[in-house]
Design a protein around this ligand. Structure first.
Ligand code: PLP
Length: 377
């Protein structure tokens, strides 16, 4: 059996090696390392793929979030609501910009922001909500957009884990993850579903004015050359990363299908086991399985992780500590009792190997070992 990886980027690369090697060497030969034609080409391919008016590439997914909040013109003290159960980048940029983060609890089935908690968190100072499409499926966007409209709140979708997911509204309209609110952000970190071979990110918007502001912010706040209209940053996707992404984007739907097939295998096998809850699905969203995350009652996740590691099976705990109890994010402001679901998830979740190259022999081996562990636990 091939060695099991949490994310097998090497086997994936081997299948596209010729094409990728040539594209990267072409960039080197051209010496247009920054702002080469590959960047525009990838941007335009991604706009078509997502069916969004503007894709603005940048240096990484964290920058994308920060730039989104800068573009919306939020002022220090404005409140930004986001999920307690996510990667730190989301809340970090809110803090960096001296905005006030308001963390909220999540839904126990989908792990995405709870609509009740969202409603309860809104105050006259709320200016934005950042729903995170966690682990590959969209948050409850229909409700979030309605609430945002009612209260005049911006919606910035953190799509770092869900590029390619599709959301169906009750009127039948289908939209891509990241293209429903004012701005969507994503990351092309190598292990993401559309990953490059270094760092990369992008913002999405259908609003022409916001797109102009975002394009200026990523380039030092410049409008006309050497005229600075606002404070900006330096955040670029380089030509080599764009060249790799242009190739991988053509395969994204196939990659998603491979992940869904692996998830299907896990679901069929693992849902039979007592105490195991397989990922809950939001009927309005497809799931692109950035992570395949189980909830398991009554075990020590770290003990299970160690057991699996000893059998050559990597497994991760995403996420072991809620953001509301992190020192950096003003833990003192939050009341632990308001985060019942996140607190429980942090003690029960475990993520299994999930990538585009898992074969049935590996999947069976993983499932068999989980079953054996739980029988003896
Ligand atoms: C990966 C990730 C980010 C940050 O992306 P980087 O490119 O690593 O900066 C932000 N939000 C979420 C939910 C992520 O998973």
């Amino acid at each position: 059996m091939k060695q099991i990886q949490m994310v097998d980027l090497k086997s994936q690369y081997e299948k596209i090696k010729n094409e990728v090697d040539k594209a990267v060497l072409d960039v080197i030969a051209s010496s247009a390392f920054i702002n080469g034609p590959q960047v525009k080409e990838f941007q335009s391919d991604l706009e078509k793929y997502l069916d969004v008016k503007h894709v603005i590439p940048c240096a990484n997914g964290t920058d994308a979030l920060q730039i989104a909040l800068m573009a919306l013109g939020l002022e220090p003290g404005d409140e930004v609501i986001t999920s307690d159960f996510t990667f730190a980048a989301t809340v970090e940029v809110v803090g960096l910009l001296r905005l006030k983060h308001v963390l909220i609890d999540v839904d126990p089935d989908t792990f995405n922001v709870s609509i009740d908690s969202l409603k309860a968190a809104i105050t006259p100072k709320t200016k934005a909500i950042i729903p995170v499409h966690l682990f590959g499926q969209c948050a409850n966007m229909e409700e979030i957009l309605a609430i945002a409209k009612e209260h005049n709140i911006y919606v910035v979708e953190d799509t770092a884990q869900a590029i390619g997911a599709k959301y169906t509204f009750s009127d039948g309209t289908v939209k891509s993850a990241g293209c429903m609110g004012e701005i969507g952000t994503t990351s092309f970190f190598p292990s993401k579903n559309l990953g490059c071979y270094g760092d990369g990110g992008a913002l999405f918007t259908n609003d022409d004015e916001l797109a102009t502001v975002i394009r200026s912010i990523v380039n030092h706040g410049m409008g006309k050359r050497y005229y600075y209209d606002r404070i900006g940053v330096n955040s670029r996707l380089d030509s080599m990363q764009a060249a790799v992404l242009k190739i991988k984007l053509k395969h994204l739907d196939t990659y998603i299908a491979s992940r869904q097939k692996a998830a299907q295998y896990y679901n069929e096998f693992l849902s039979q086991i007592d105490g195991v809850t397989t990922p809950g699905l939001n009927p309005q969203s497809t799931h692109v399985f950035h992570q395949y995350t189980l909830k398991i009652d009554g075990i020590d996740q770290f003990d299970m992780q160690q057991y699996l590691n000893d059998k050559g099976i990597p497994a991760m705990i995403y996420y072991p500590v809620p953001l509301h109890s992190q020192e950096a994010y003003e833990a003192h402001r939050y009341n632990d009792a308001d985060f019942e679901v996140t607190n429980e998830l942090c003690q029960t979740v475990i993520s299994l190997p999930m990538h585009t190259e898992l074969d049935e022999e590996q999947l069976k081996y993983i499932c068999d070992n989980i079953q054996t562990y739980l029988k003896n636990a």
